[in-house]
Design a protein around this ligand. Structure first.
Ligand code: ADP
Ligand code: MG
Length: 684
């Protein structure tokens, strides 16, 4: 489409953009004209309601002016700070008074252009504004922009919003020719503003109402594509044939009696839900949510055993090799009792081990394979895979699943297990294709983990406490954000901190390090030694985040705690509190912003991973939390996924579209975009 070509044109071809400007624009991620069009304002200054000072009457007023004079003083008789400013706009002057806001005087020195709105009142026979809202504004609003709502963009040094507006202005006639990206039926059916008009409005609003409509339309589009893609995945899976895994009572009984504990009611109920899915000829696509330590493994294993009892193979995929080995170690005795073999599948393993894996896979014998992403390797020819369980990973890509199907002829059932719950709003958007089981609560007998945010002054005291814990036989995790020191961030690193601790606070203790750059063998040795109680202090990165289970480790100290999301902190903390001894978690932030303290305080107060995830979502937004960040898919520019009304409207439109089988055929461009989005949901 020729009309679109201009968007791909390099930004340097825009009039007025020289090399220097080009570099600045590049800092904002703008290298083409199209990217400039998609560089959306972060907020707006509303000059549309302003009036000249001379014409102002008592009541609500809004105007633009320059600070002529400003002074702050303490009024002893009234016991308050008074800040007074004189503002002029060329047509007149007016006085503004603030009480107890003495810092204001510094932020609006004489000569500052400001925007003011508030109540104009008579006071001592004089008109004055009392405690009005005041905002400093850019000097030199273009006269053309007077009386308008003006876009304020993300800026960079030496490139102001005013300049950005000037760059966008000549493109506006071209923007008007941009063709629609939503199906026509969706636009008209939902009374949406056409894309071209919405983009013009976003850059140069004609009114607040039009701007709201424009933003609504763009938000609608963002969510609509996500929803349609996830519904399309669901649809696709439902048309596949799955291996039927019957419920066999004897197998279920043998399993529960081989366990060395009794499954809780909620575990049984969840297992039942899953086992019901497995009996159907359609592939299961289920997510099991349960807090850290809630005992998801046993539920997943029961499903796996049922697959084995039906002569199918099963695979359990985990994010790290350490975790894979731990699962193998824990499940081998259980599966031995039941008479099924287990094979470990990781990237680096001996030729003999590898050969055994390949043979077991190709022979179609009922076997449980436990491994990392190495399970997906082309070379492993699973002949008879009935069930795939994915632990602690949010997404298993459609394409990965299809690849497994190619080997065994049918799409295996899929169970994902996670401790990071997905809020309802996300369930409805990106995860709309999943069925969800929630396992509330923890198995009996768990002790709460005492959590404390530690300030710089309490550091020594904390080390002393930890030393006492070590004296009484407990083990400790120290978590650092980095592996090696970095000049840029100044955060603590495993390498430097372990040396510092060995010389000072934990002198004489047995200290080891664990991080992603160690060889597999070293990692394995360290974990084995730690589990055997041969290490007092394990200084590690977040490689220990998921699943490691050492009940005697009861203390965790997390450096640079502000860098981690609440879900991640909760996962980390879940490494302790697994045994009979009281457990303690110390969080040491590098900075003490209000946001940081608010988030970390939530950790002190709550042990509930679901609640923490909700708080995290509210404070940080979905993009940060749900792994797909690198794809930018959840970096929504316009949509607020907490907006239930918007979600409902979009969902209705998306469901209707997917149900109409002809709709996708009529809209080949939409179909293309959707398949691109589906690919995005593949494994990170
Ligand atoms: P997560 O849900 O975090 O993966 P795990 O499956 O690792 O949790 O279980 C945590 C611990 O709880 C394990 O040591 C497991 O053996 C134990 N566990 C699980 N279910 C029960 C139960 N019903 N009774 C007692 N202990 C249990
Ligand atoms: Mg687990």
């Amino acid at each position: 489409m020729a009309a679109h070509d201009w968007q791909a044109a390099p930004i340097g071809s825009l009039k007025g953009v020289g090399q220097e400007m080009e570099r600045k624009l590049e800092r904002l991620g703008i290298t083409t004209k199209g990217e400039l069009v998609r560089h959306v304002p972060r907020r707006y200054d509303d000059y549309s309601k302003i009036m000249p000072i001379r014409a102002m009457q008592p009541g609500l007023v809004s105007f633009r002016g320059v600070v002529e004079r400003v002074a702050s003083r303490y009024a002893r008789t009234r016991k308050l700070h008074l800040t007074e400013a004189i503002i002029s706009d060329g047509t007149g002057t007016v006085k503004a008074i603030w009480f107890n806001q003495s810092y204001l005087a510094k932020t609006i020195p004489t000569g500052t252009p400001v925007m003011i709105s508030g109540q104009l009142k008579f006071k001592n026979n004089d008109l004055a504004l009392q405690n009005p809202a005041i905002e400093t504004i850019e000097a030199g609003i273009d006269p053309k922009e007077g009386g308008r709502i003006v876009a304020i963009y993300p800026e960079t040094e030496g490139l102001s919003s005013k300049q950005l507006r000037a760059l966008v202005r000549p493109l506006l006639p071209l923007i008007e020719t941009i063709s629609e990206t939503l199906p026509e039926s969706i636009v008209t059916g939902n009374k949406l503003m056409p894309l071209s008009k919405a983009l013009v409005e976003v850059h140069q609003p004609t009114s607040q109402k039009a701007l709201d409509k424009a933003r609504y339309r763009l938000a609608f589009e963002e969510l609509w594509y996500l929803m349609v893609a996830s519904l399309a995945i669901k649809h696709e899976i439902q048309t596949e044939e799955a291996p039927i895994i019957e419920f066999r009572v004897e197998a279920a009984q043998a399993f529960t009696s081989a366990l060395d504990f009794i499954m809780t009611d909620i575990q049984r109920q969840t297992a039942w839900e899953i086992l019901q899915d497995l009996r159907k000829p359609r592939p299961m696509n289920r997510l099991l949510e349960g807090d850290v330590g809630s005992g998801k493994t046993v539920v997943g294993t029961m499903a796996a055993v049922m697959a084995l009892a039906n002569d199918f193979q099963a695979a359990l995929m985990v994010p790290t090799e350490i975790l894979a080995r731990q699962h193998v170690a824990k499940l081998t005795p259980l599966l031995d009792r039941l008479g099924y073999p287990i094979h470990l599948v990781v990237g680096k393993q001996s030729v003999a081990e590898r050969k055994a894996v390949l043979e077991a896979a190709a022979s179609a014998t009922p076997t449980l394979f436990i491994g990392t992403q190495a399970l997906l390797s082309e070379a492993i020819d699973f002949r008879n895979l009935g069930l795939v369980i994915v632990d602690e990973q949010h997404r298993f890509g459609v394409s990965q699943r299809q690849a497994l199907k190619a080997k065994s002829g049918r799409l295996p059932h899929l169970l994902s297990m996670t401790a990071t719950p997905i809020p309802r709003s996300l369930q409805l958007t990106v995860y709309g294709d999943l069925d969800i089981s929630i396992m509330a609560g923890l198995p009996p007998g768990r002790q709460p983990i005492r959590t404390k945010v530690v300030g710089a002054r309490e550091r020594e005291q904390t080390y002393q406490f930890i030393n006492e814990q070590i004296e009484s036989g407990r083990q400790v995790f120290v978590v650092c954000p980095l592996i090696e020191p970095s000049d840029q961030s100044g955060s603590k690193s495993v390498v430097a901190e372990s040396q510092r601790l060995a010389k000072g606070p934990f002198k004489g203790r047995r200290i080891e390090v664990l991080h992603g750059r160690l060889s597999t063998q070293d990692k394995q040795d360290v974990m084995t030694a730690f589990a055997a109680g041969e290490i007092d202090v394990l200084v590690a990165t977040t490689v220990i985040e998921v699943g490691i289970d050492v009940p005697n480790a009861t203390v965790m100290l997390i450096e640079g705690a502000q860098q981690f999301g609440l879900a991640a902190l909760h996962q980390l903390r879940g490494r302790i509190g697994r045994g009979e001894h009281a457990s303690y978690c110390f969080l040491i932030p590098e900075s003490k912003g209000i946001d940081t303290m608010e988030r970390l305080a939530a950790m002190e107060k709550s042990q509930d991973g679901f609640r923490l995830a909700q708080i995290d979502l509210e404070l940080r937004g979905p993009g940060q939390i749900y792994g797909t960040r690198q794809h930018g898919i959840l970096e929504l520019q316009f949509a607020d996924i907490g907006d239930a009304k918007l979600l409902a409207a979009v969902r209705k439109a998306a469901v209707g579209f997917i149900e109409d089988q002809e709709a996708l055929k009529r809209n080949p461009e939409v179909a293309m975009k959707i398949s691109a989005l589906k690919a995005v949901t593949s494994l990170d």
